[in-house]
Design a protein around this ligand. Structure first.
Ligand SMILES: CC(C)(COP(=O)(O)OP(=O)(O)OC[C@H]1O[C@@H](n2cnc3c(N)ncnc32)[C@H](O)[C@@H]1OP(=O)(O)O)[C@@H](O)C(=O)NCCC(=O)NCCS
Length: 139
C-alpha cells in the first residue's frame, strides 16, 4: 500500500466498518517500521488491503477489508496467504486479531486458515457496542 492508494482504501474502509480508520491511522501504519500494509489491485482498482503489526515474535492483524464488489472471490485469502508466507519466513510464531462477534464472514475466513478462538473481550467495540472474539493462529 502506498500513500497514493489512500483515497480508494478510505472508500473501502468507510463502507466496510461502522467505526472506520481515519486517513491519519492509515498514514501512521504506512510509516511504522513494524507494520506491513499491502493492497490488492484488480487493474488500477484497489480491491482490498491488509495491515499487520509485528510485535516481537508475534503479529497482529490490525485491519483487513475487501471492496464489497470484489468479495467472495478469494482476495482476502490471497492477501492473508501472502502475508502469512512472509511472517513464517521471518520466524514469527503467532498471528492474532480481534473480530466482532457478529462478523461471521471474517470468522469463517480466519477459521479456514486455521485460526481458533482464544478468548472473548466483552463490549470491546463501540458503534455499536459488541464483544470481540480473539482469534489466534500458531505459525
Ligand atoms: C471478511 C472479508 C475481508 C472477506 O473477504 P473476501 O475476499 O470476500 O474473502 P474470501 O473470498 O477470501 O473468502 C474466504 C472464506 O471466508 C469465508 N467467507 C467470506 N465471506 C463470507 C460470507 N459473506 N459469509 C460466510 N463466509 C464467508 C468463507 O469461508 C470463504 O471461503 P469460501 O468462499 O470458499 O466459502 C470481507 O467480507 C470484508 O471486507 N468484510 C468487511 C470488513 C471486515 O469484516 N474485515 C475483517 C475485520 S476482522
Amino acid at each position: 500500500m502506498t500513500q497514493e492508494d489512500l483515497p480508494q482504501v478510505l472508500n473501502i474502509e468507510k463502507s466496510s466498518f461502522t467505526a472506520p480508520w481515519s486517513e491519519a491511522s492509515f498514514l501512521s501504519e504506512l510509516y511504522n517500521r513494524y507494520a506491513i500494509c499491502r493492497a490488492a489491485e484488480v487493474g488500477k482498482t484497489i480491491a482490498g488491503y491488509i495491515c499487520v503489526r509485528q510485535i516481537s515474535d508475534e503479529c497482529h492483524i490490525m485491519n483487513l477489508a475487501v471492496h464489497s464488489l470484489y468479495r467472495r472471490k478469494g482476495i482476502a485469502s490471497l492477501m492473508l496467504r501472502d502475508v502469512l508466507g512472509d511472517l513464517r519466513s521471518q520466524g514469527h510464531t503467532a498471528l492474532h486479531l480481534e473480530v466482532r462477534s457478529s462478523n461471521i464472514a471474517a470468522q469463517n475466513l480466519y477459521t479456514k486458515f486455521g485460526f481458533s478462538q482464544a478468548g472473548l473481550r466483552k463490549n470491546y467495540y463501540t458503534y455499536p457496542s459488541e464483544d470481540a472474539v480473539l482469534m489466534l493462529l500458531r505459525i
